[in-house]
Ligand binder design. Structure first.
Ligand code: FES
Length: 71
């Protein structure tokens, strides 16, 4: 079971959510998808604060954790 990753995100900054599951931190793209069919999803946030990012890749609210990993 993959736990969400707690991370401080800045408002307006562009982040790239890892969809391949191979990035080192499990949530942000670090280029490890090379050679796979996956591409990262760009996203940004409206408020600078701490977020929980989904690492189980099953959240209906990706890139954010919606608690699905507990089910
Ligand atoms: S490392 Fe997973 S999408 Fe880039």
């Amino acid at each position: 079971m993959s736990q969400p990753v707690q991370m401080n995100l800045e408002a307006g900054k562009e982040y790239h959510y890892c969809t391949c599951g191979k990035s080192k931190d499990g949530v942000l793209c670090d280029g490890s998808h090379k050679g796979t069919d996956f591409t990262p999803t760009a996203f940004s946030v409206k408020e600078s604060k701490e977020y929980y990012l989904c690492s189980c890749k099953k959240s209906a609210n990706e890139p954010f954790c919606d608690g699905t990993h507990t089910k």
